[in-house]
Structures are given as structure tokens and as C-alpha cells.
Design a protein around this ligand. Structure first.
Ligand code: B12
Ligand code: SF4
Length: 470
């Protein structure tokens, strides 16, 4: 039986850039493929259109996507789940149909957020199979036990069914990226996004990605990925972000994907997350030829002792080799650093700073404190060390700092690095710079904010300290 499904992106966050809701594209493609009808709403695009759209479309089911729960910034601590319950109530008032919540943010806290939102169901993890199975279960008056990832109420408890991630091949058509939504994101961020695989096999101590997407890397066929790039280029995108946890999970995948993109002769530029290990100069040159303009490395630390405690399974020498490969291939790159996690001390920070001076042309984005997510090795460590208890609610952001460190002391040390080396970006950029980036965007400039660092310095030269908020 065919159902009408309204898909609603509830992501209000626009920093560092507004992000096209790719998850809804995947869901929409799967639903249409199975014969269902879909309609999109996006709180960033369709302001105040909820009741009107529901009245016109008359959905059988409404799916709400919650991408972020918070900003993962220890000082600002902005949260995004506060208006979820009100949104669910508004949907219900407009139409009494099942409301389902999903998305990456939801998937990290499924029980808490189902409870808090008052929605009927949730899906943890990838949504395609779960949503289709749930629609079927609703038709058959409810055998919910076999719906993968379903979050539901059973005997006054909220239970989460196991996920069942299958092979990944999801042909997406242009129609699954509605033009009016695409235009909005191209105007405001200059970029769209593509997913080439799901999952991450690594075990970095704080990371939720394996919880959201599973541990096994499931890769899309290269020709399908290249087709996706071609479609978004045809829709007007000159820049794309590959949203994979790490794009270089296997050199073969990188090679085959890049060769497929090259065969299509596309002009689109792109960026991606890379793990700084095994990134050879040859691989980097191939990626650059296929359009890689910006690489974002999840190095997390430049000190080997800390890398080991974080569970990274690579060393600073790997980071250096990957950085040199990016630099010599002419690819802008940055490293994300999480300062103050397990094993960190003022001395390890200083060692990291000294090592950073060896990285040619790097932009370094440093945050303080490690966000504690349920079910991660970091969660277990924080329990063991007694900085949280089993009753600590981790939804209002909770951060780990190594014993002996304080947030202010780590910030002070990072600011002293930024004073000495302007490629260290600590905290949020000041509003003047954000406004300058907005002006560049309105003139059609695309790419991630950090990549304008050098450009911003040229437009409005400023001492390093003024680029960073105290
Ligand atoms: C790529 C990425 C980025 C890129 C995005 C680039 C781009 N142009 O797309 C960049 C670097 C810009 C970024 C920024 C941020 N990110 Co980010 N990002 C990701 C990442 C790795 C992938 C997201 C993605 O696109 N996935 C692919 C799509 C297809 O999957 P999906 O959206 O999850 O949808 C699937 C399911 O969730 C589900 N689903 C989705 N919606 C719905 C709805 C229903 C009804 C159902 C049933 C199912 C369902 O089905 C979909 C298909 O299977 C995730 C981690 C992860 N692995 O999920 C973090 C992640 C989403 N980011 C996160 C955060 C916090 C942020 C920032 C706030 C960080 C910051 N302070 O800058 C910003 C916010 C940006 C914004 N404007 O919203 C967090 C969110 C959790 C949290 N703590 O809130 C995550 C989960 C990482 C983490 N720390 O755990 N991010
Ligand atoms: S930090 Fe990166 S490499 Fe480590 S588990 Fe998360 S996604 Fe995988």
C-alpha cells in the first residue's frame, strides 16, 4: 500500500554553514522507489509553512529529522532539541497521524529524545529500511519487533530494536533533491553534499559515528557516486562535501571513486574528512585531479601519547606525511584538534604545538574538552574516573577534561599558541569575519569557512588574537 510521507528537517543550525539535509534525500529516494509519495519541509527554507503544507499534502505519516543535539562547543553550549516537543505537538494539532523522529542527533540519544519529544516512534541509525518496515508494520496493525532500529514504547518502557545495516546502493535522482531546497542551500552555503559510504571500523574513544552508521564500511558503487556528483553539478553546485565519516577508509575505494569522477569529466570541486594515515602523495594527487580542493583531517592531537589514549591508532609521523602530501598536491587542509581529552597535560599540549610548526600550510581548528556520548569508551572512562555517574544525563552537554586540567587553563594555553602562530584557530571566529564570509558567499564563493582563513587575512589583516574569541 502506498503512503504519503511528509519529511521535515528540523535543523535550525547555520554554523559553520547551513547544511543541505542529505538524510532526507536518502529517505525520499527509498520511499519513492518503494512506491510511496513524499513531500519536504525544511525549517530553514519553509518558515511557517507547516500547517499549510500538512493541510494540502494530508500525510499519513510525518517524519522529523533531528541532525544535531548541540554545538559541541564547551563554552557556547547551544542545544537544538529544546523545541522538538513543540514541533511534534504542532504536527499533531494539524493532523492526527503517526510522528516518527530520526537523524544523527536523535540516534545518539534515542530513548531520551523519544521520551522528550512525545513522538510515536523513532528510528536509530540509517532510516531507509527502518522507515519502510515501519510503514508496513503500521499497515499490518503493528508487529514492531522486526523493524530495524525502531525506537518504541513497549510495556511502559522505551526499547530500541537492533539495527540491521545492509549493503549500500542507493540510486538517488535529481527529484530527490527538491529544487527550491537546493537553491536555498546553494545561496546560503554554496555547497551540496554526497555520501560515498557508511560506517567506520575505528574505535576512537569519544566517537559516535560507529554508533550512528555501524562499524562495517559499506561503500556505494563508484559509478553511482559519480552520477550523484554529476546530478548536483547539473543542479548548480560548484562545490560538494563528501559526508563520509572518513573518505579514505580504503585506498581502493578512493581510487575507484576518483577515477569514476574523472571519467565523467566533471568540474565540481569537493572536500572531505580524511584519516591522516596511509595518505600517500599519489593518492592525494589523484584526489586533487578528481576535484578535491579541501581536506579536513581528524588528527585530534599532535602528541603520540595523547593519540594513543584517544584510541587513534596513528602517530604524528602519519599526520606529518598526510599534511605534506596535501600541501604538495596544492590541496587546502585543516586539522581538527580536541584539546584536554584523556592523557592531556600542559606538556602534551606544548609538544603538540611544537609539532604543529612542522606542518606546511596547515590550518588548525582547536576545541577544548571532549563531548561525552553514551556507549563510547570515553563514557566508560569518565564513569570509572568518577567525573560522571550512571545518573548523569548526557543530553545537556557533558564534557570530559583530563584530571588536573581546567577549561580556562586549556583555553589560555591555546590562545598563547594562536598569538604565536596565526594558523591556530581557537573557539569561534569573531563576528566581523563571519560577516565577511557571508559577503563572499553572496558573491558566489563556495567552500568551507576555514579555507578562507588566508583570504580573510589578506582582506582584513589582523593580529592572530583578534581572529579568535577569548
Ligand atoms: C558531514 C558532517 C558534517 C559536515 C557537513 C558538510 C555538509 N555540507 O554536509 C560539517 C563539517 C559542515 C558538519 C558540521 C556540523 N556538525 Co556534523 N557531521 C557530519 C557527519 C559526519 C555526517 C552527516 C551526514 O551528512 N550523514 C549522511 C546522511 C545521509 O545521514 P543522516 O543525515 O544521518 O541521515 C540518515 C539517518 O540519520 C536517518 N535519518 C535522518 N533523518 C531522519 C528522519 C526520520 C524520520 C527517520 C526515520 C530517519 C532519519 O536516515 C538517513 C539515511 O539513512 C555526522 C556524523 C555521522 N556519521 O552521522 C556529523 C554530526 C551530524 N555533526 C554533528 C555536529 C554537532 C555538527 C556541528 C554542530 C559542529 C559545529 N559546532 O560546527 C555542525 C552543524 C552544521 C549544521 N549547519 O547543521 C554531530 C551531531 C550530534 C550532536 N552532538 O549534536 C554529528 C552526529 C557528529 C558527532 N559529533 O557525533 N558536520
Ligand atoms: S573519529 Fe573518525 S576514524 Fe575515529 S571512529 Fe570516529 S569517524 Fe572513525
Amino acid at each position: 500500500m502506498s503512503h504519503k510521507v511528509l519529511l521535515l528537517s528540523a535543523n535550525r543550525c547555520t554554523a559553520p554553514d547551513p547544511v543541505f539535509p542529505l538524510g532526507l534525500t536518502c529517505l525520499s529516494a527509498a520511499l519513492r522507489e518503494a512506491g510511496h509519495e513524499t513531500c519536504w519541509l525544511d525549517v530553514q527554507v519553509d518558515k511557517d509553512a507547516l500547517e499549510h503544507t500538512i493541510a494540502e499534502f494530508c500525510p499519513d505519516v510525518v517524519g522529523i529529522s533531528l541532525r544535531n543535539v548541540d554545538d559541541v562547543l564547551i563554552r557556547k553550549q547551544e542545544t537544538y532539541f529544546g523545541d522538538l516537543a513543540a514541533l511534534v505537538r504542532r504536527v499533531r494539532a494539524a493532523r492526527p497521524c503517526p510522528v516518527i523522529v530520526g537523524g544523527s542527533g536523535f540516534s545518539v540519544f534515542p530513548q531520551r529524545l523519544l521520551e522528550l519529544s512525545g513522538a510515536d516512534f523513532g528510528i536509530q541509525g540509517e532510516g531507509e529500511a527502518g522507515l519502510l518496515a515501519l510503514l508496513k508494520a503500521l499497515e499490518d496493525a503493528g508487529d514492531f519487533a522486526n523493524v530495524p532500529g525502531l525506537v518504541h514504547r513497549s510495556a511502559a518502557k522505551i526499547v530500541v530494536n537492533p539495527q540491521n545495516p545492509g549493503p549500500l546502493s542507493s540510486p538517488i535522482r535529481t527529484a530527490d533533491r527538491p529544487t527550491r531546497i537546493v537553491s536555498h542551500y546553494l545561496r546560503t552555503s554554496g555547497m551540496l553534499n554526497v555520501q560515498t559510504q557508511r560506517g567506520c571500523e575505528h574505535t576512537c574513544c569519544y566517537c559516535t559515528y560507529p554508533l550512528i552508521e555501524g562499524r562495517a564500511h559499506r561503500r556505494r558503487p563508484p559509478e553511482e557516486i559519480a552520477e550523484d556528483f554529476a546530478q548536483i553539478e547539473a543542479q548548480g553546485a560548484r562545490y560538494a562535501f563528501i559526508v563520509d565519516s572518513i573518505f579514505n577508509s580504503s585506498p581502493r575505494h578512493v581510487v575507484e571513486t576518483c577515477e569514476a569522477i574523472l571519467r565523467r569529466g566533471l568540474a565540481i570541486k569537493w572536500g572531505c574528512f580524511l584519516r591522516p594515515q596511509g595518505v600517500t602523495p599519489e593518492l592525494m594527487v589523484l584526489m586533487q585531479r578528481a576535484g578535491l580542493a579541501h581536506a579536513e583531517f581528524g588528527a585530534d592531537s599532535f602528541c603520540d601519547a595523547v593519540l594513543a589514549e584517544y584510541g587513534k591508532r596513528f602517530t604524528f609521523e602519519d599526520v606529518l606525511a598526510a599534511s605534506e602530501a596535501a600541501h604538495s598536491a596544492g590541496v587546502d587542509y585543516c586539522h581538527f584538534l580536541i584539546c584536554g581529552g584523556p592523557g592531556e597535560t600542559p606538556a602534551t599540549l606544548e609538544e603538540g604545538y611544537r609539532n604543529s610548526l612542522r606542518l606546511p600550510g596547515a590550518v588548525l581548528l582547536a576545541v577544548v574538552g571532549m563531548r561525552i556520548y553514551p556507549g563510547t569508551p570515553l563514557h566508560r572512562r569518565a564513569l570509572r574516573e568518577g567525573s560522571i555517574t550512571r545518573d548523569t544525563d548526557l543530553l545537556p552537554p557533558a564534557y570530559y577534561l583530563a584530571p588536573g586540567l581546567t577549561m580556562d587553563a586549556v583555553f589560555a594555553q591555546l590562545h598563547s599558541f594562536a598569538q604565536r602562530s596565526p594558523n591556530w584557530i581557537v573557539g569561534d571566529p569573531v563576528p566581523e569575519y563571519t560577516r565577511l564570509v557571508e559577503r563572499l558567499r553572496s558573491r558566489g564563493v563556495a567552500g568551507p569557512l576555514w579555507s578562507y582563513f588566508a583570504l580573510l587575512q589578506r582582506f582584513a589583516p589582523a593580529p592572530a588574537a583578534s581572529l579568535n574569541q577569548a
